[in-house]
Design a protein around this ligand. Sequence first.
Ligand code: TEU
Ligand code: CA
Length: 597
Amino acid sequence: TPKRHWWHNAAIYEAYPASFKDSNGDGIGDIPGLISKVEYLSTLGIDAVWLAACYRSSGVDMGYDVVDYRDIDPQYGTVQEIENLIAKLKAHDMKLIMDLVVNHTSDEHAWFKESRSSLKNPKRDWYFWRKGRQVRLPNGMYERQPPNNWESIFKGSAWEYDKLTDEYYLRIFSKQQPDLNWDNPQVRKAVYMDMMFWLDKGVAGFRMDVINMISKPLGLPNAPVKNPKSPWQDATALFCNGPKVHHFLREMRTSVLDRYGDDIMAVGEVICTDNPEDVRAYTDPDRCELNMVYTYDLFGIDMGPGGKFTPRPWTFAEFKHDVTRWQQALAYSKGAWQTTWLESHDSARCVTRFGDRDPKNREKVAKMLALLQSTLGGTFFLYQGQEIGMINLDPKIPLSKYPDLETQRTFESMLTAYAAHYDIPVERIDMSPVLEQVHLKARDHSRAPLPWTTSSTSEPHAGFSHAPASTKTWSPMNTDSAICNIESQLNALDSVLVYYRHRLDLRKRFAETIIFGDFEPVESTLDDGGVFAYWREPLVSEAKKAKGKDAVGARDVLVVLNLSNQEGVEFEMPQVGEGEAVKFFTLDDTYGMEADG
Ligand code: TEU
Ligand code: CA
């Protein structure tokens, strides 16, 4: 089995800088705000903070459009404050992981400005510049069209025309996010230097944004036409996991990360990849690339084929299958590693997405999901607000108040597509089914500022910011802070927050079984029923393995979850060997009872 590192059994907390804590009253979270809450994270049982993108940015995609990798956006603070944060975290035995957004830069980044300036600029080849295609129209005229048919992840063409040099540049996200050309060794060197700037300051690793997109296929060929109604086609299969991605990552590991010892952590955002072999290729320790990646089955389980704002009915059977599949495919005993996560700044709230949305069940849903996630193997990721069971924004908040560009563009492109399809004006399209999906899945839900206290006249922003009521927070806040805030949950023994704290603690106490052990579902619960039961087994010695997995002592923890909203579902306890110790976790006990065979 692979060498052990600190990150294997770490609980990592994603802090979204704009929404964690505002220290200066401008309605936007900031680094000093985060520094002021380090003790809170420490008592929660957190080992490292992953700080979502906070570099100087053009502010189009909430920091994922970076203008300067060596600077912090002034709305969040300064480089010095990041150093202070690292020091304060260290004093509490915690580490800092920074985001690394290097598939693309902002169009305001100095590299892009140079690249754009002329055909001859030495940085021209740092991005993908191509001539347009001249397409002959039925009327005999010619029209200029993008170099290929790739669709942007944020909709429309993935190419942007630039008049200055009469060429297009590739930008798979928004037009302000041009893709870097990693085939150019100077680009890689420049990125590596910027990474070292942060490693020198003591960051413990990186979360690498869409890192499996950095190698584009030779010749940038058209994607196959899957949607004949649109000129733009899904090209993720072409630009994800491209020809040189493993070469680049190995180079990054051996020439950059390894200089700082073998303990630097690299977690990859590897999108549109659901084959375990492809995932293992990134995380196999012998290949010296990444340590772990996020997998996306549960993230996409409710997204239909027409995109994230189309519905997809999912079943318990599927949910259980998805969990089981990855737990087994990336088991530590197989030399692999994985992450366990339910929320991020790109998802909506798990309580709303997976629960029945009945207010009286929300706490139970939150705790059940906490129990599920905390009894799965791998590095544990908690997204801010998940620990208090936050739910999605109040549906009464109008879409126009949602700041996320992905939400806005996706909604708009659906509207235009429907209008064209039915050939009626946009005003006459009934968008209520789409809005319902926005209320379920928009990224804005998880980006709502954290409620630290109950909202009141003296605390108009629930302790997130001391700004006056007349100052709006950068993104709308949840309206339920009276029943869901950190302060009151810290003081209530039966709160979701206290529950998470105990689960994280228990996870570490039984690390060999829960974090590193094998996962074995109770087969009879893999149907579409409400029960999901699984064994967590400590790594068995070779001798025990030879005796078979039913050997006495091989099984250690049985988790039985009721996913349904019905009480009294039945579950028949599996036979337990004589003298075999079984620990029961139930929603209501703090630590679980312990019983013998
Ligand atoms: O996300 C990559 C990504 O693919 C998402 O845009 C995802 O498709 C979407 O959120 C699904 O709803 C990363 C960052 O995490 C995200 O915040 C950025 O917007 C994106 O890259 C561009 O940098
Ligand atoms: Ca602020």
